[in-house]
Design a protein around this ligand. Structure first.
Ligand SMILES: Nc1ncnc2c1ncn2[C@@H]1O[C@H](COP(=O)(O)OP(=O)(O)OP(=O)(O)O)[C@@H](O)[C@H]1O
Ligand SMILES: Nc1nc2c(ncn2[C@@H]2O[C@H](COP(=O)(O)O)[C@@H](O)[C@H]2O)c(=O)[nH]1
Length: 185
């Protein structure tokens, strides 16, 4: 059965690192989403995101789309099918608004994880050196909203604390096992 693991949470909580780990360790395929924000130095177009202009962003059909810190983000059904063609287990990194849409629209196929840390200072330390968006994402209305799990997601998401990496990996693997997603390669 094709499944989609959703990773949502505040800026710097570690969604991307966890997604990369799942891709490397367990051959999850990533659903690549679209954004109008500029690429960060290490990001690769078509791998981390499809980087779009305001104009090109409008040309795609989205399953859901959001504005986050004034940039547009959107994910498509085609992107999800592409990921599922590569692997039955796909992962997508979303804000909490997008996560709720997926949980509501694809309840049978989605497993949602809300990633968090013990103190907001940890988030600040992790993002303040970023050249693109850095602290700004965290301070935005959407960043502040995502500091806590929205009430609508509480019964739909498993909460994963990502303070110390080795502990995160252990807890993540428990979540994968519990949901029948673990197939080590
Ligand atoms: N457990 C951890 N311990 C220390 N550093 C971590 C941990 N998890 C992630 N990081 C680091 O914190 C930074 C932010 O992580 P990451 O980019 O994965 O967050 P994110 O949730 O995807 O952020 P954003 O939504 O803003 O893109 C990265 O430099 C990452 O390597
Ligand atoms: N609802 C959606 N959220 C998305 C999508 N792609 C990324 N994101 C989330 O946006 C924020 C900001 O991302 P960043 O890479 O600029 O830090 C973060 O929460 C991402 O998870 C999407 O297609 N839809």
């Amino acid at each position: 059965m094709k499944r989609l693991l959703i990773l949502c949470g505040a800026p710097g909580s570690g969604k991307t690192r966890i997604s990369n780990y799942l891709q490397q360790q367990y051959k999850f395929s990533r659903v690549i989403t679209h954004t109008t924000r500029p690429a960060r130095p290490a990001e690769v177009a078509g791998q981390d995101y499809y980087f779009e202009s305001e104009l090109s962003f409008k040309k795609h059909h989205y399953f859901e789309r959001v504005v986050y810190d004034q940039y547009h983000y959107g994910s498509s059904r085609a992107g999800l099918e592409q990921a599922w063609n590569k692997s039955d287990n796909a992962v997508i990194v979303l804000d909490t608004k997008g996560a709720l849409t997926y949980c509501q629209q694809l309840p049978e196929q989605t497993i949602c994880c809300y990633i968090t840390v013990s103190t907001p200072q940890i988030l600040l330390q992790r993002v303040e050196h970023r050249e693109v968006t850095g602290k700004k994402h965290l301070q935005s209305q959407e960043g502040q909203r995502d500091l806590q799990i929205p009430v609508e997601l509480k019964d739909k998401c498993q909460v994963l604390i990502n303070d110390e990496w080795q502990q995160t990996v252990k807890n993540l693997e428990r979540v994968l096992k519990r949901n029948g997603l673990l197939s080590e390669v």
